[in-house]
Design a protein around this ligand. Structure first.
Ligand code: HEC
Ligand code: HEC
Length: 265
């Protein structure tokens, strides 16, 4: 076993131990899904859960990279400050600046397929879309429609008064992130070939049209959630690391021509 892999497994263990209370909902969630009724609704919700947690496998028709929805929407889309589904479902239809119009919940999911998964937008009545919507609805039971609850989305970072420094970010990335995500941000696969730790850039990660490609959202996500299980970075460190990640290669924004998209950072 290589030293980085060992470190990585130790870190993952530490993450499990340190954040036991926080990781618990995800384990409880798998059990709740397993005990769903075997009727058509229960089956659709369970399929939504499978798609959400292993998207390349269960929504391969529309997925374009190695990421799953859960790579960013942590713990099956239940974790606060990691854009949880239960907080999102009752807030649509809503105005979305990216499309400059009011969009449905389904259309919002389509955008994550196109940009975050660098794939294709599933048709609104596709099985995959209906499963994801049923799963989101199930997670949202008891939430108040239109209430915009705390914990929704990714937290934004207060300005630090200092410019972010990608070189400092590079060093922090090497010490805080590379053990799990790889020195080149390439992620790490398990024995079965599926990713244990998702790629942060390169051909298998999100494209330049994705929300994560915005420094403020990426830094907010990192600050609230990474290193996984032990998020202890300062605002400045999160911004520096985000600035370093922004400099790396990834697929262009599909809304732009290929050439313009490639030249664009
Ligand atoms: C690369 C990271 C990433 C992946 C993978 C990803 N998303 Fe997202 N998603 C985001 C970001 C960033 C936002 C915007 C959050 C914000 O505005 O605070 C978002 C927003 C959303 C929202 C709206 C949240 C809200 O509160 O309004 C939904 C619903 C959603 N995603 C569903 C999905 C689904 C379903 C998948 C898998 C098919 C997926 N996402 C995959 C990053 C991702
Ligand atoms: C203990 C291992 C571990 C460490 C250390 C870690 N991460 Fe992660 N990270 C993960 C896992 C696992 C996921 C995906 C969550 C899931 O699938 O449940 C993830 C997801 C992400 C994502 C969203 C998905 C993607 O591919 O873009 C980003 C961005 C990210 N991490 C950045 C970082 C940064 C920056 C650091 C260092 C500050 C870091 N991570 C440290 C394990 C780790």
């Amino acid at each position: 076993m290589t030293a980085p892999l060992l470190t990585c497994m130790l870190l993952a263990l530490a993450a499990g131990a340190g954040g036991a209370a926080e990781r618990e909902p995800a384990q409880g969630l798998a059990q709740r899904v397993a005990s769903l009724g075997k009727d058509k609704y229960g089956e659709l919700v369970a399929q939504g859960y499978r798609i959400f947690t292993a998207t390349p496998k269960h929504a391969y028709r529309y997925s374009g990279n190695a990421l799953s929805c859960q790579s960013c929407h942590l713990d099956g889309g239940t974790r606060r400050d990691a854009a949880p589904l239960w907080a999102a479902w009752g807030q649509y239809p809503a105005y979305v600046a990216k499309r400059d119009r009011v969009v449905s919940f389904e259309e919002r999911i389509q955008d994550c397929f196109r940009f975050s998964l660098n794939g294709l937008a599933p048709p609104l009545d596709s099985h995959e879309m209906r499963a994801l919507v049923a799963y989101s609805h199930w997670l949202s039971q008891g939430e108040v429609v239109g209430a915009n609850p705390p914990g929704r989305g990714f937290p934004s970072l207060a300005r630090t008064g200092q410019d972010s420094d990608p070189q400092r970010g590079k060093a922090a990335f090497a010490s805080q992130c590379a053990a799990c995500h790889g020195a080149q941000g390439e992620g790490r696969r398990g024995a079965d070939g599926a990713y244990l730790f998702p790629p942060l850039w390169g051909a298998n990660s999100y494209n330049k049209g994705a929300g994560m490609h915005r420094t403020d959202l990426l830094a907010g996500f990192i600050k609230a959630n990474m290193p996984l299980g032990n998020p202890t970075l300062s605002n400045q460190q999160a911004l520096d690391i985000a600035a370093w990640i922004q400099l790396q290669e990834r697929w262009p924004d599909p809304r732009k021509g290929l050439l313009q998209g490639l030249l664009d950072k």
